[in-house]
Design a protein around this ligand. Structure first.
Ligand SMILES: Nc1ncnc2c1ncn2[C@@H]1O[C@H](COP(=O)(O)OP(=O)(O)OP(=O)(O)O)[C@@H](O)[C@H]1O
Length: 462
C-alpha cells in the first residue's frame, strides 16, 4: 500500500467517522509500512494506539482491504520516546503487548489465595450473574457452570472458543469467581497466553525456571486465555505442553480459550492440538438478535442505575440489536457512549439521538460486510469462479451458490432486493426474491445447506 493510497483511504475514513473523530484519532496515524499481511502505523502515544485499535481498528482494516486484501491486521506502534512497547492490533482489535492490553484496563478485585498467583486480576463485572445466556452461548455457559461447581474433574481441559468479544474471557472469570466463593482455599491461576509467555521468558532470563515450574504446577485450576497467541512460539509451546501434562497428571482442572477450534489454530504444535481436543471443546457462536437484545436490556438496566432519571424511548434497544454487529464489546461500547452522551446533553434517549450519537458505529457495522465480500467468500467456499457465480450460467453447480450468496446479502447487508439483483449480473429483484426463499426452505430441509450457511456466516462475521 502506498502513502498515496493511504491518503485516499483516510479521506474515506473521514466520511465514515466524522470530522471530530478524524482529527483526533485518524489524522495522527502514519503508515510506516506493510509486511507479511500486517500494516504498521506509527502513533504518537500508546494510548492513542489502543484507542484507535479498539474503536476504529476493524474499520481501518476494512478500508485497507478494499485496496489491499492481503492485509490481515493492523498494528499501532507508539513512537520510541513514548516509553511504551508497540501495540499490535490483529483483526480481533486486541493488543499483543502485555501491559497495554486494551481489553484489560486496571481491573479491580482479585482471586487466588496465593499472592504469587495473582498474575491477572479478575474483572469483578465478569460473573455468571451478569452473563446473559442465549442460544449461541448456552452450551459454553452450561459447560462453564459445570466446571465452576468444582466437583471431580470430568472433562479436561475445557476449551472455549469463538470470535472476538463473544464472552470467552467473561466466562473464564465467572468460573474463577464462582470457584473462589465455593472453595476459597483453591489456587486458581488465570492469565493470558501472552502473560504465560512473558513469565516464561522472564524466568529464563532470570534463571528462575525451577520457580516458574513450581508455581505453575502448584495450582489447582489453570486458566489460559487466548491460547492462539503461543502458536509459532516454539519454546513457549514446549513449556506450555509440559505444564499442561503435569497438571492433567495431577487431575487439576485446566480451562483454555482460543479464537478458533484447537485443530484450526495455525502453527500450533500437533501434540498440543491433540491435548486440547482431549476434553470438552465448546464454541461461542456469534450472537443472534435475541441474545443481543437480552444483553442490551441487561446492560441498560445497569446503566439506568448510574444515570437515574435518564429515559429511553421504546424501540431503541431493538434498533441497536438489529443494527450493531455480533461483537458484544462493540455493543457495550455503543451503549456506554449513548448513555454518557444523553446524560451530557440532558435528553431522553430517542431513536434520533441514537442515530446521531452512534452514526460512526452504525455506519461501520453497516459497511462491514459488503455484497462483494459475500460473493467472494461464497465462490471460495464452493470452489467456483466468481465470474461463474455472478454470470448467466444456470448450472446447478453455479445456481445454488448464487442463491446462497443472494440470501446472505439479504440477511447480512442492508441492500434492497433490486440492488442485490444489480450486483448479481443485473438480475431482476424477483429472481433474488426467489433465490432467498429457496434457501430459506432448503435451510430447513437440507443439513448441508444449513451447515454451509453457518460456516459462511461465521467467516463473514469474522
Ligand atoms: N453473554 C454475555 N452477557 C453479558 N456480557 C457479555 C456477554 N458476552 C460478552 N459480554 C461482554 O462483552 C465484552 C467482551 O467479552 P469478552 O472479553 O469475554 O470477549 P472474548 O470472547 O474474550 O473476546 P476476545 O476474542 O477479544 O478475547 C465483555 O465486556 C463482556 O462482559
Amino acid at each position: 500500500m502506498t502513502q498515496e493510497q493511504w491518503g485516499q483511504l483516510k479521506q474515506e475514513l473521514l466520511k465514515t467517522v466524522g470530522k471530530n473523530n478524524y482529527t483526533n484519532w485518524i489524522e495522527p496515524l502514519e503508515l510506516s509500512g506493510v509486511s507479511d499481511g500486517v500494516a504498521t502505523f506509527s502513533v504518537p502515544t500508546s494510548f492513542l494506539g489502543n484507542y484507535v485499535s479498539q474503536n476504529f481498528g476493524d474499520l481501518i482494516l476494512y478500508q485497507m482491504n478494499t485496496v489491499a486484501p492481503q492485509i490481515r491486521r493492523v498494528k499501532f506502534s507508539a513512537a520510541a520516546n513514548s516509553g511504551h512497547s508497540p501495540t499490535s492490533v490483529p483483526m480481533t482489535a486486541k493488543s499483543e503487548s502485555g501491559e497495554q492490553h486494551p481489553k484489560a484496563p486496571a481491573r479491580s478485585g482479585s482471586a487466588g489465595s496465593d499472592d504469587r498467583l495473582n498474575t491477572a486480576p479478575l474483572d469483578e463485572r465478569f460473573t455468571f450473574d451478569t452473563f446473559v445466556v442465549g442460544k449461541p452461548n448456552e452450551l459454553a455457559h452450561a459447560a462453564a457452570k459445570r466446571v465452576a461447581e468444582g466437583g471431580p474433574v470430568t472433562f479436561n481441559p475445557l476449551f472455549l472458543y469463538g470470535g472476538v468479544g463473544l464472552g470467552k474471557t467473561h466466562l473464564m472469570h465467572a468460573i474463577a469467581w464462582e470457584l473462589k466463593s465455593r472453595r476459597p482455599d483453591m489456587n486458581i491461576l488465570y492469565l493470558s497466553a501472552e502473560q504465560f509467555m512473558y513469565r516464561f521468558v522472564q524466568a529464563l532470563r532470570d534463571r528462575k525456571m525451577m520457580d516458574f515450574k513450581e508455581l505453575f504446577r502448584s495450582v489447582d485450576v489453570l486458566m489460559v486465555d487466548d491460547v492462539q497467541f503461543i502458536a509459532g512460539k516454539d519454546s513457549t509451546q514446549e513449556e506450555f505442553f509440559h505444564t499442561f501434562n503435569a497438571l492433567v497428571d495431577q487431575n487439576k482442572q485446566i480451562i483454555i480459550s482460543g479464537d478458533r477450534a484447537p485443530g484450526e489454530i495455525a502453527n500450533l504444535e500437533e501434540r498440543i492440538k491433540s491435548r486440547l481436543q482431549c476434553g470438552l471443546v465448546v464454541d461461542l457462536h456469534p450472537t443472534d438478535y435475541e441474545l443481543r437484545l437480552g444483553i442490551l436490556q441487561s446492560k441498560s438496566e445497569q446503566f439506568a442505575k448510574t444515570y437515574p432519571g435518564l429515559e429511553m424511548a421504546d424501540g431503541v434497544l431493538e434498533f441497536l440489536a438489529h443494527r450493531i454487529s455480533t461483537n458484544v464489546r462493540v455493543l457495550e461500547g455503543a451503549l456506554t457512549r449513548l448513555f454518557a452522551f444523553a446524560s451530557l446533553v440532558g435528553h431522553k434517549i430517542t431513536l434520533e439521538l441514537t442515530q446521531d450519537c452512534l452514526a460512526d458505529v452504525l455506519r461501520a457495522s453497516e459497511r462491514k460486510i459488503s455484497v462483494e465480500e459475500i460473493q467472494r467468500q461464497v465462490a471460495d467456499h464452493y470452489n467456483i469462479r466468481l465470474s461463474d457465480m455472478i454470470g448467466p450460467k444456470r448450472l446447478r453447480a453455479f445456481a445454488r451458490p448464487r442463491q446462497v450468496a443472494m440470501y446472505l446479502c439479504k440477511q447480512m447487508t442492508s441492500r434492497s432486493l433490486p440492488e442485490i439483483g444489480r450486483r448479481f449480473g443485473g438480475r431482476d429483484h424477483t429472481t433474488v426474491m426467489h433465490g432467498v426463499k429457496r434457501i430459506e426452505e432448503l435451510q430447513i430441509q437440507d443439513g448441508q445447506i444449513a451447515e454451509d450457511l453457518e460456516i459462511l456466516r461465521r467467516t463473514l462475521e469474522g
